[in-house]
Design a protein around this ligand. Sequence first.
Ligand code: ATP
Ligand code: MG
Ligand code: MG
Length: 357
Amino acid sequence: SSKVWVLGDGQLGAMLAHAGKPLALDVRPIDIMQPTDEQLPLATDDIITAEREQWPESALSLQLSTHHNFINGPVFGRLADRFTQKSLLDQLQVATAPWELVDNYSTSAALHAHYGARVLLKRRTGGYDGRGQYWLKQSENTAIPDDWRNFAIAEQAIDFDEEVSLVGARAQDGKCYFYPLTLNLHQDGILMASIAPLARLAPLQSQAEQMLSTIMQGLDYVGVMAMECFRLGDKLLVNELAPRVHNSGHWTQAGCHIDQFQLHLRALCNLPMHRPQVNFQCVMINLIGIDRDDRWLSLPNAELFWYNKEVRPGRKVGHLNLSVHHRVQLSDSIQQLKVWMPQQYQAPLEWVMAEFF
Ligand code: ATP
Ligand code: MG
Ligand code: MG
């Protein structure tokens, strides 16, 4: 029977393969970072997806990306470049942080005149986990780095109340399905923790769904897409889009009857789709640059996903999903993690506690 091939073999590819098992879907993540002349035994009715926005061109990646069932093919390049991604949001009239292209004529003076004393430069391509960002500060007379011209956009610094994201999927018949909004905490540009669902975010749900529907319809997209937003009062501004399963949707593995990985596979394979039922409220803690600690498994409400990657500073090496059955159990688990985890986790764990107590 047909296979689902995934461009990329990181943790997202592995979790897609894992999610395919109960449906007996044969999901094959492929490492496309090492150049190779190897060819894959692709069949005409196989389906191709990606777990990343960008990949180096090679005989192998071309074999996958030129297959007629490479779903959302043209979308990846368009969203991988912040210039074309932000242009799309403007064109669809979806609210996003004010921005412009940094070109040969840009000056810091003009950027400060347009956006204020702090302006965030972001590389057009390749940035993730906050890499590829550069703050222009009027007070420090920061200059635009020469090699960022034409390769970056400038964004207004948004004084947001908090960050939320919406993960949704569009089926082949054009219907869209959404998870509840997720509350996210980033530290130094990296996602540290998420909480979902939250009753206090419910009033924003339809606004968020309309925004992501507009985007997915506008792109004729199929599968899971994530929309990261800033919340300012009762308004959402899109920060960025990811045409794939997303870290802020990992809580759905513990919390929902169909997780984001299975929802993506169902959409790709044209299987029945539903609005996912939420079984539990969840807290997701990202494991970043820390060694595995089997004591985590002693927490009664924890599920560990360990990616089996070499541990390096700032690198995502796993996540913990904590299901929230009652507040005392959650509080005990968070307090225990505070004892076991290093300094950079104290603030995120406090942030989780503050949401519940
Ligand atoms: P990701 O790993 O999510 O792909 P990234 O490197 O692509 O991250 P962004 O999501 O654009 O980068 O930014 C990372 C974080 O930096 C955001 O989640 C937010 O906390 C902060 N940030 C980004 N843009 C702005 C902005 N315009 N104003 C204020 N903070 C911002
Ligand atoms: Mg990004
Ligand atoms: Mg982001």
